[in-house]
Design a protein around this ligand. Structure first.
Ligand code: NAI
Length: 308
């Protein structure tokens, strides 16, 4: 198994580190355009092999795509991140050019790869990749909902004072502060609805905190987060390379599912060796359906920026 991570910045490097620690591949290639950055970070990371107990070989490459040849999975994190006060949407123009160029180069050397898009605005970048690359839809996966769901479960655990690992919950819809939909109604504490433990008011607060989860961190740190994003990508990669068939909310191309067509948005999908294998259809309430439709409108508006 060979995995390439494009972008050796905060998210890409953390993602590569998680992939190596979990022994998900024999080889990880980290690629960036900044001279020396990927080589340096890859070497630093490889020097943790005997300390962290893995034998995944990690190498870096400054823009040489030949080194990525034959990758099974490729993660694209290249682009610029948010600065305080910036929305993910404001990144669109710059990141669209970067993602398109990177994806085309990747495909020259790894035509069979499953492509994971992380760069923001992620739903639009996933849509762009789907439209431009002409790959089967199941091989293009946008990562955002896994991260948002992890944040949702963390805020739930803080409100309930219980282990986050006993909590189940998903965030669907667009990966944006105002477009994501934390499904509070369906969240459970080991199968028991969390509404048994939290008042509606507290649940709404958890949902609100989740939605601005990324912005809260950007404000605190001065740039966007990387620990949870990197780990979230690795969790997605793990389900692919180990063919785990786990269900995660991921941004995938919809063709009528959830009432939407010609758009990439976060819905629960089964993730396995083939990429996203199946969309899980949830029975949403009327208000959740309305929120999904509103979220789709916002994502579509952003997609329109690509062609305007
Ligand atoms: P960063 O600035 O630390 O790293 C980005 C890296 O991409 C830089 O090292 C830069 O040199 C590289 N890069 C730029 N153009 C390139 C090109 N053409 N080819 C190869 N490498 C190139 O940014 P960070 O924090 O790692 O974030 C990366 C992206 O991920 C941003 O767009 C950010 O908004 C997004 N993000 C998405 C999340 C999600 O859940 N989908 C979560 C967190 C961040």
């Amino acid at each position: 198994m060979k995995i390439t991570v494009v972008g050796a910045g905060a998210v890409g490097a953390t993602c590569a580190d998680n992939i190596a620690r979990r022994q998900l591949a024999q080889e990880v290639v980290l690629l960036d355009i900044k001279e020396g950055l990927s080589e340096g970070k890859a070497l630093d990371m490889f020097q943790t092999a005997t300390l962290n107990g893995f034998d995944t070989k990690i190498t870096g490459s400054t823009g040489d795509y030949e080194k990525t040849k034959g990758s099974d999975v490729v993660v694209i994190t290249s682009g610029i991140p948010r600065k305080p006060g910036m929305t993910r949407e404001e990144l669109i123009g710059i990141n669209a050019g970067i993602v398109k160029g990177v994806a085309e180069n990747i495909l020259k050397y790894s035509p069979k790869a499953i492509i994971i898009i992380v760069s923001n605005p992620m739903d639009t970048m996933t849509y762009l990749a789907f439209k431009e690359l002409g790959l089967p839809k199941k091989r293009i996966i946008g990562m955002g909902g896994i991260l948002d769901s992890a944040r949702f479960k963390t805020y739930l655990s803080m409100a309930m004072n219980v282990s986050p690992n006993d909590l189940h919950g998903m965030v669907i819809g667009g990966h944006g502060d105002t477009t994501m939909i934390p499904l509070t109604r369906l969240a459970t504490y080991n199968g028991i609805p969390v509404s048994r433990f939290l008042s509606e008011e507290k649940l709404q607060q958890v949902a609100a905190d989740t939605m601005v989860g990324g912005a809260t961190l950007t404000k605190l740190i001065g740039t966007s987060a990387w620990y949870a994003p990197g780990a979230a990508v690795a969790t997605l990669v793990e389900s692919i390379v180990r063919d785990q068939k786990r269900i995660f909310p991921c941004s995938v191309y919809l063709n009528g599912e959830y009432g939407q067509k010609d758009i990439c948005m976060g819905v629960p999908v089964v993730i396995g060796a083939g990429g996203w294998e199946k969309i899980i259809s949830l029975r949403l309430s009327e208000s959740e359906k309305a929120a999904f439709a509103k979220s789709a409108d916002a994502v579509r508006n952003m997609n329109n920026v690509l062609t305007s």
